[in-house]
Design a protein around this ligand. Structure first.
Ligand SMILES: C[S@@+](CC[C@H](N)C(=O)[O-])C[C@H]1O[C@@H](n2cnc3c(N)ncnc32)[C@H](O)[C@@H]1O
Length: 224
């Protein structure tokens, strides 16, 4: 599915979100300010797609960034964007459910709009935890549950009616933009996701609602 829409993915992201997605990714970088300031640190961007978050992280500090995704056409776009901005980011083709990295390899990890797409969120968390160094942080950016009933209704109408129409028309894949609201509907809300992170073994789990809870940024730490 992601291979089909790769060429139009960035355009649609920015267009359909009114560019808010860029602000959300910058907030992830802000929350990793200390790690990003360390030139020795390594940050893994899981399900990096076309590399927008990897690039934002790269441009926000000195840490070394690695992106991983299992969709080659998405990675090809990430690589050409990195080349254009002279960013040195290795983009690796691999599975978030079986990360090709040794235990305790990274100071931090991110996953933006990727967790919802994994066939097992639990295995995704297990792998993130495994590759983080003790004390390392994970940031999960995902669509979530808007906090007010009005926003929830508007969000539902936009996501189920407007988005499949324009997304399908521009990308040529209506099913991909029907899958999006379906997957968001099935995905746990803020509190449930925080509980799942704690159950998976993350400590100091907290979250921040973004744009009235349309998205949420969860942060957790590998204990030790
Ligand atoms: C909605 S895109 C998000 C891309 C990017 N992180 C962003 O913020 O725009 C979801 C990405 O997850 C990737 N993905 C889904 N399941 C995966 C898995 N098991 N392993 C690696 N990547 C996966 C897809 O290929 C796709 O690029």
């Amino acid at each position: 599915m992601f291979a089909t829409i790769a060429g139009r993915y960035d355009l649609l992201n920015h267009l359909l979100s009114g560019n808010i997605d860029k602000r959300w990714r910058s907030l992830v970088a802000k929350s990793f300010f200390a790690t990003l300031s360390n030139s020795e640190a390594r940050i893994l961007d899981v399900a990096c797609g076309t590399g927008d978050l990897s690039l934002t992280l790269f441009e926000s500090g000195q840490a070394r960034i690695v992106g991983i995704d299992f969709c080659r056409p998405m990675l090809a776009i990430a690589m050409s964007k990195a080349n254009r901005s002279d960013a040195i980011i290795p983009f690796v083709e691999g599975d978030a459910l079986d990360l090709p990295f040794a235990d305790c390899s990274f100071e931090a990890a991110t996953i933006a709009f990727g967790l919802r797409n994994l066939t097992s969120v639990e295995t995704g968390f297990k792998e993130l935890l495994r590759v983080l160094k003790p004390g390392g942080k994970v940031a999960v950016l995902e669509f979530s549950k808007p906090t007010t009933p009005i926003l929830r209704s508007l969000f539902r109408i936009y996501f189920t009616k407007v988005l499949p129409l324009f997304g399908g028309w521009i990308s040529g894949s209506k099913s991909a933009y029907e899958y999006l609201p379906d997957s968001v509907k099935r995905f746990p809300d803020q509190e449930t996701l925080a509980d799942m992170m704690k159950t998976a073994g993350f400590a100091k789990v907290s979250y921040q609602n973004l744009t009235g809870g349309i998205a949420a940024l969860h942060i957790g730490t590998r204990p030790g």
